[in-house]
Structure formats: structure tokens, C-alpha cells
Design a protein around this ligand. Structure first.
Ligand code: GDP
Length: 591
């Protein structure tokens, strides 16, 4: 069982761990005596925490496994203490789930009482859904093993946990240093008749992997391999919940690509028929499809939500406060995308549960926020599925916060997304899949959309780009919005903007499905709605070229900016360079 030991600094975490190692016989008596003798020789007081250092020293000789993890064994089972105390990365790892604890021991110093971190850590445990918690009131020897002191702390901390909605199973008075009520009962605290620490954690239940939940497999990577001239792809990832079987129809979110599982690959031995929660695996599909790292594979009937907006509880660790308007990176599952705070709804000081000003989120604050991602991502509310409902926020290069998804917030594309999902699931294909088609043609299908104000030269640029593309052996086509209006839209009013955009998007989608690089501009339908187009043309990608002044910068959603009225040939060449960099051109064309 994975267990985490938390508490305010100096409240005795390392001492408790040392004790657990010694009292369970994980570290032999001989070894303990050796460390004690060394201390005597050096004239310093023996600390149980030194046993941890001793472990690390052993680790240098390659004996134990991982300095951040300590193992011990009770009569009932093996434990892994994740994030052994003293590691500064502790809060970060808790938040990121890098260390996934199932249970926790939270230490409070009997002499000092409840401190900020006692509360902060309690909050984190509750936010992260760790429900099996023992609160250990340590250093009882310093308060003469006094029952009243113990009960006062219990009462105070229970009230705090109650506010968080956490029911704690056990409060245990201990002395980590003296070994009272860790593995053995204590004469000094005969008034206490509850379990020892070890009994309490032995009583916790190991949570089974979430097999009964809907299937979620975030795509980690896609390996391409070649069998007799045929390209195949293995999509690899870890099944986080549910069960996957050969023959299942699956869908990838947010791209909506769908196929049937042909095989589940094994790293050794025969290929299995199924893979379930907790297993890392690779799958091949009946129809080859292009999916990317970051998507989530699920069954069609219970796919995750997709949006650019989500309501979340967030815990901030960054030195620099989290601010409205600033851009961060959000990592959820294997997906990574730019994100901003759309709204701060509540900010709390996690140690006091007091509401703060809502202007920014400071270090160690907890906040309720609405986040807005640059591109749509797939996720679940964390109370529904834990692993696809947790995320991390990166500021620059640092993990600066993390949190859980409370719910999906509908953005303005929700309806389109639903329609395209239905369309894509029933889409009838010829014998070639889009993947095979683009392999044969030699480049992927992409929509290059040129945006910018009236009169900046969008159309001239689009024309030149089409020529350049076709000349360099690309299947490319200039789709002028006017032509869609003339024909496809002949039966509707030109002020029915939503329908014009929908139809334009569907026409572009068919051309992309035919394998083309489609070049277009926002000229005719004034596609301020180009995000709607991007949704309509999923699973194909859109590359947005913005014509504007340097002073105005790169608008949200644009991939590159070119100067207004730039020379069309030079502009088109610059676009080709960018497309090549992003592997959207025929391979062999260099940037
Ligand atoms: P951490 O920072 O939470 O890992 O705390 P440590 O385990 O390093 O303990 C901090 C100090 O408290 C050390 O000097 C320990 O010897 C002392 N300490 C830990 N547990 C006890 C205890 O049960 N009784 C007494 N008197 N001191 C303790």
C-alpha cells in the first residue's frame, strides 16, 4: 500500500518513519545498533531519523531502490512510503500525483498543536481524494502523555476536517521518539484504547484499480512500424480505468477519431484479449487512424467531456502568484495545452480556510477557478474518474500548481462538437483510411486559414500559397468562401451567419477528407468564427496565418503572423517554411 506521511516541519515525520523501519524489523536490530554506536562515537544524540540517512547511504551502494521511497513491512502487508520526508518536492509530488498515495499519516506535534501545514496538508489530502487518514498526535512524551492535551487537539483538528467534509478514522496519540503506540502499546498512555499506528494503517483497505469505471487510456505515444511495406501503428498508454477488449469500438477525444481495436499487444508472450485499469499496453486498430499523444481513448458510449473551459479546484505552489490574463501550461493525462484563468471564483488560504481577495492566487492558496485552454482537451470531473480529472499547471518550466476538475463548462463550441462527433462516428469511408490516404499522397490534409482585417492582402497571399503548394507536388486547393456562397448557400439568406459558417466548415471537411491542403481566407463569411471552423473540420488540423501589425501581436489561436500587405510570394514561402516545420508538408521538404 502506498502511504504518505505529512505534517508541519519538525512535527516528527522522519522520526516516525525511522521508528516504523526499526519497530517492524525492516531495518535489523544489528543495523540500528550500528547507527546508535556511530552516534555515540561522534558524541551526538541518536535520532530515529538517522535510519533514513542510513538507508540513503545504503542506496548509494545500490541496495535500496529509491531515495524518495521507503519500504517497510508489517505482519499484514508491504508499505511504500512515498516521498520520504525531507524531500522538498513533497507538495509538488502530492499535487501532481507523481506520487499516488492511497492513505496518509498526518502528524501534529502535541506540544505545538495544529499549525498551518497541518491544515494545508489536510486540505490537500481531501482535495486529492485520499480518504484513509490517521492523524497522529506526536511527542506525547513532551506533554506528559496528557489525555486532555490530546483530546483538545483532536477536537480542534476534527472541526477543521469537518469543514472540509473529511471523516477521519483515527486519531492516535504517539511518541515517535519513545516508540509509544507506533507498533507497540504504551503503558504511559493506558488511557488510550484505540489502535496503534500500525494497526490503524493495517486496517485500511487497498483500493482495487478502477475496473468498473468507463474506459480511459490517455495516449502516451504512437509507434509506427512497417510490415511488408504496410505501415502500422501501435497506440500506447496506460489504461487508467475500465477495461479494453479486442473488437471494442473506441473513440479518441478530442479528435473524435474512431476505430475498432484489432489487437492488444503484449511486451512478452501471447497477445491478450483484454487490458484493464492499471496496465500499460499498446493497441492496434482495424482501421489505421492518426491519433496523437494527449488524446484519451474511451468507448463511444461513455467518452470523456471535451471543452476549452473547465471549473476546477486549484492549489498554487508557485513563487509568483497565479494571475488573470497570464498564460500557463496545463497538463492533464498526457495532454498539454496553453491555459489562462478565465475567472477566479473564490480564493482561500488553505491553512485557515479564509476567503481572500480574488485578484490573484498566491502561493499555498487554494482557489476555485474557471480555466480556459487554447485548444480543446478531453477530461472528466475528478469525482467521476480520478486520473483524467487531475491536472498540473506549469509556469515557465516549473510545476506551479495542480488541481482537480469539478465540471466541464460549456464553451461556445459545445453544440458543434456534439454535431461533429455524431457525424464522425457514422461517417462512411471507402477502403482507404485518412491515414493510408495521406501516406500514399505523401502529406497530411490541413486547412490553412488566413485571417486579418479587410484590405491586408489575404486573398493575394492565399492564391500564391496554392500555386506554391501545387508546384511542390502537394494536393492543394484554394477554397474561396465566395464559391461556397454562390452554390451551396444559394438557398439561404446571407445574414444567416451560423448556417454559412456551418456549411463552409462541412465543405472544407469533405475536401480535407479527400486528402487536400485547403487554403482559405476569412474574407467572405467574415470568419471571426474560425474556431467554429476548427471544430467542424476535426479531426483535421487548422493552421492559422494572421496578417497584422507587429504592434498588435499574435492573436489568440493564430499560429504565425505576417506583416500586413507583405509580398505575397515571400509570405507564401514563409508559410511553407512553418508548415514544413510542423510536418504538414510532403516529407523530404525541408524547413
Ligand atoms: P520532521 O521535520 O517532521 O521530519 O521532524 P523530525 O522527525 O526530524 O523531528 C523533529 C525533531 O523532533 C527531532 O529533533 C526529533 O528528535 C524530535 N521528535 C520527533 N518525534 C518526537 C517525539 O515523539 N518526542 C520528542 N520528544 N521529540 C520528538
Amino acid at each position: 500500500m502506498n502511504i504518505v506521511i505529512v505534517g508541519h516541519v519538525d512535527h516528527g515525520k522522519s522520526t516516525l518513519v525511522g521508528r516504523l523501519l526499526a519497530d517492524t524489523g525492516t531495518i535489523s536490530d544489528v543495523h540500528v545498533k550500528k547507527v546508535q554506536a556511530t552516534c555515540r562515537r561522534q558524541g551526538k544524540r541518536f535520532e530515529y531519523a538517522f535510519l533514513l540517512d542510513a538507508l540513503e547511504a545504503e542506496q548509494e551502494q545500490g541496495i535500496t531502490i529509491d531515495a524518495a521511497r521507503v519500504f517497510f513491512r508489517s505482519e499484514r502487508r508491504d508499505y511504500i512510503i512515498i516521498d520520504a520526508p525531507g524531500h522538498v518536492e513533497f507538495l509538488k509530488n502530492m499535487v501532481t500525483g507523481a506520487a499516488r498515495a492511497e492513505s496518509a499519516v498526518l502528524l501534529i506535534d502535541a506540544n505545538e498543536g495544529v499549525r498551518e501545514n497541518s491544515r494545508r496538508h489536510g486540505y490537500l489530502l481531501s482535495m486529492l481524494g485520499i480518504r484513509q487518514i490517521v492523524v497522529a498526535v506526536n511527542k506525547m512524551d513532551l506533554v506528559s502523555y496528557d489525555r486532555t492535551t490530546f483530546l483538545a487537539i483532536v477536537e480542534q483538528y476534527k472541526a477543521f476536517l469537518h469543514e472540509l467534509g473529511v471523516q477521519t478514522q483515527h486519531f492516535v496519540p504517539i511518541s515517535a521518539r519513545e516508540g509509544d503506540l507506533i507498533a507497540k502499546r504504551s503503558d504511559a498512555m493506558a488511557w488510550y484504547d484505540g489502535p496503534t499506528i500500525l494497526e490503524a494503517i493495517d486496517g485500511f483497505t487497498k483500493r482495487p484499480p478502477p475496473i468498473g469505471q468507463p474506459l480511459r487510456m490517455p495516449v502516451q505515444d504512437v509507434y509506427k512500424f512497417n510490415v511488408r511495406g504496410d505501415d502500422h501503428r501501435i497506440i500506447v498508454g496506460r489504461v487508467e480505468s475500465g477495461v479494453l477488449e479486442v473488437g471494442d469500438r473506441v473513440v479518441f477525444s478530442p479528435s473524435n477519431k474512431s476505430s475498432i481495436v484489432r489487437s492488444i499487444e503484449a511486451f512478452v508472450g501471447d497477445a491478450p484479449q483484454r487490458a484493464s485499469a492499471g496496465q500499460s499496453t499498446g493497441v492496434t486498430m482495424v482501421e489505421e487512424i492518426y491519433v496523437e499523444r494527449g488524446e484519451i481513448m474511451s468507448h463511444v458510449k461513455d467518452a470523456p467531456g471535451v471543452s476549452t473551459m473547465l471549473r476546477a479546484n486549484l492549489f498554487w505552489l508557485g513563487r509568483r502568484p497565479m494571475e488573470l490574463g497570464r498564460r500557463y501550461k496545463l497538463k492533464l493525462g498526457t495532454a498539454e495545452t496553453d491555459v489562462r484563468i478565465h475567472a477566479i471564483q473564490r480564493v482561500l488560504d488553505a491553512s485557515a480556510l479564509e476567503t481572500r481577495d480574488k485578484n490573484n492566487i498566491e502561493r499555498h492558496d487554494v482557489a476555485e477557478v474557471v480555466l480556459r485552454t487554447r485548444t480543446p482537451i478531453a477530461f472528466d470531473p475528478s469525482h467521476h474518474i480520478e486520473t483524467t480529472g487531475r491536472f498540473v499547471i506549469v509556469d515557465g518550466y516549473d510545476i506551479a500548481g495542480g488541481g482537480i476538475v469539478r465540471e466541464l463548462v460549456a464553451d461556445d463550441q459545445q453544440q458543434e462538437r456534439l454535431e461533429t462527433r455524431i457525424r464522425d462516428l457514422d461517417w462512411v469511408r471507402g477502403e482507404l483510411t485518412p491515414g493510408q490516404r495521406s501516406d500514399l499522397i505523401g502529406h497530411p490534409a490541413t486547412l490553412v486559414m488566413i485571417t486579418g482585417n479587410v484590405g491586408v492582402g489575404k486573398h493575394a497571399l492565399a492564391r500564391k500559397l496554392e500555386v506554391l503548394l501545387v508546384r511542390s507536388n502537394h494536393h492543394a486547393y484554394l477554397l474561396d468562401g465566395k464559391n461556397v456562397v454562390l452554390g451551396v448557400d444559394a438557398d439561404i439568406q446571407l445574414d444567416d451567419r451560423a448556417e454559412l459558417v456551418r456549411r463552409f466548415g462541412e465543405v472544407a471537411h469533405i475536401l480535407l477528407d479527400a486528402g487536400l491542403v485547403v487554403v482559405s481566407t476569412v474574407n467572405v463569411i467574415g470568419l471571426g468564427d474560425h474556431r467554429t471552423i476548427a471544430t467542424r473540420i476535426t479531426p483535421f488540423g487548422m493552421f492559422v496565418v494572421h496578417l497584422g501589425t507587429a504592434a498588435a501581436g499574435l492573436p489568440e489561436g493564430a499560429d504565425i503572423r505576417l506583416n500586413e500587405k507583405c509580398d505575397p510570394v515571400e509570405g507564401a514561402e514563409a508559410i511553407m517554411v512553418e508548415l514544413a516545420k510542423r510536418k504538414r508538408l510532403r516529407t523530404g521538404m525541408r524547413a
